[in-house]
Ligand binder design. Sequence first.
Ligand SMILES: Nc1nc2c(ncn2[C@@H]2O[C@H](COP(=O)(O)OP(=O)(O)OP(=O)(O)O)[C@@H](O)[C@H]2O)c(=O)[nH]1
Ligand SMILES: [Mg+2]
Length: 428
Amino acid sequence: MMDTIFAVSSGVPPAAISILRISGTQALAAATRLAGSLPPPRNARVRSLRDPSTGILLDRGLVLVFPGPKSATGEDLVELHIHGGRATQRALEDTLARITGLRPAEPGEFTRRALAHGRIDLTEAEGLGDLLSAETEQQRRAALRLSEGGLRQRIEGWNDRLLALAAGIEAALDFSDEEDVPAEVTQSSGQMMVVLANELAALVAAPSVERLRDGIRIVIAGPPNSGKSTLINRLVGRDVAIVSPVAGTTRDRIEAPVVRAGIAFVLTDTAGLRDADADQIERIGIERAEAAIAAADIVIWLDDAAPSIEHALWLHGRSDLPGREDMPDGPAFSVSAHSGEGIEQLWDVLGQRAAEIGGVSNDMAINARQRKLLSQAEVVLREGAGEQDILLRAEAIRSARYAFDAITGRANVEAVLDTLFGRFCIGK
Ligand SMILES: Nc1nc2c(ncn2[C@@H]2O[C@H](COP(=O)(O)OP(=O)(O)OP(=O)(O)O)[C@@H](O)[C@H]2O)c(=O)[nH]1
Ligand SMILES: [Mg+2]
């Protein structure tokens, strides 16, 4: 039997209101001891909350009861909406802790119980984790879709189709010798497996949650003194890098996060690339610049000479200076970090590239774990469809279903849980 747990589920005090949640078999009994009597399920009532051993008034607040299994955790659940002061919270927590059978919840434990009782599946729990840490509009949208069961529903649909397929194969096997399974069954099952594999492939190509979370990596590169640091300062809207007319000013990598149009970016300013004249420290900086370029999603190349880097976005800088108004052939467009010319256009292009790379999600984003399992299922289905032996097809379908179960947490769940719930806060 599980302990009854409690925790403040709202934010850090002081605040107007705090919500304390109690979940488990003892939740109703414990709340009754504090409140005297409980309101009917799902109805809020004001109650005086008292220490049961002394009768001292702790606070007055709303009490809400959600009997299991139709509660967020799947267990009996009580919410106490109390005043959001530190001392009030602590008085109630201390009182609850003294009731036998109750203990403070661990991080993510409420969600863990929701998962254990089948109220949500693993993809929804993961989405919830992402939603709590979402900082940009893109992250929020993708996480909400996941936490609302977007992936679970698709997987359930695919699972149903695989089940029907497996049943068809089994029926055919029951009524015939293995050698002479009707040709229609062999043919149609192969086709259906390919169709499914293609649908899976489309989802495997969805944006990655990690990319949405960590941001698109943009590296500004070019020779010394081309205006890279001035440009990063302009793009992030504050002075993150030192600017000077001396070539070789920037020696280290300077990273600055920025959110534009709901998309998270991480901009990196680098040491100017040159072979000669660089001292020992600058040379280390150049090595670091090269490493940053190699790991970049987008490289902005700022120089009059063409970039040696493939796929770099080549810009013509300092367009505010006399004689530089007209752009030579080659660069994509002109910018001036001083006057701001071309900066809006630059953001537009960066947004478009971000969408191509998968840093923008209009539908669903999936995490690395989900992607790995989805492509496993895709591969086994494709291989299975290529087999003529109907038994091997049935085996492929079983493997694909196992991968689905691992995604939703019906199989192999323990391994992922600890990493997932480590990210949660207490009271969630
Ligand atoms: N007029 C004008 N001057 C600029 C512009 N951008 C940079 N500068 C000037 O060019 C000089 C070099 O700028 P930085 O941003 O330090 O150049 P950098 O590429 O970071 O140089 P290193 O760090 O040495 O590689 C400074 O004097 C800036 O004021 C611009 O858009 N217009
Ligand atoms: Mg610089």
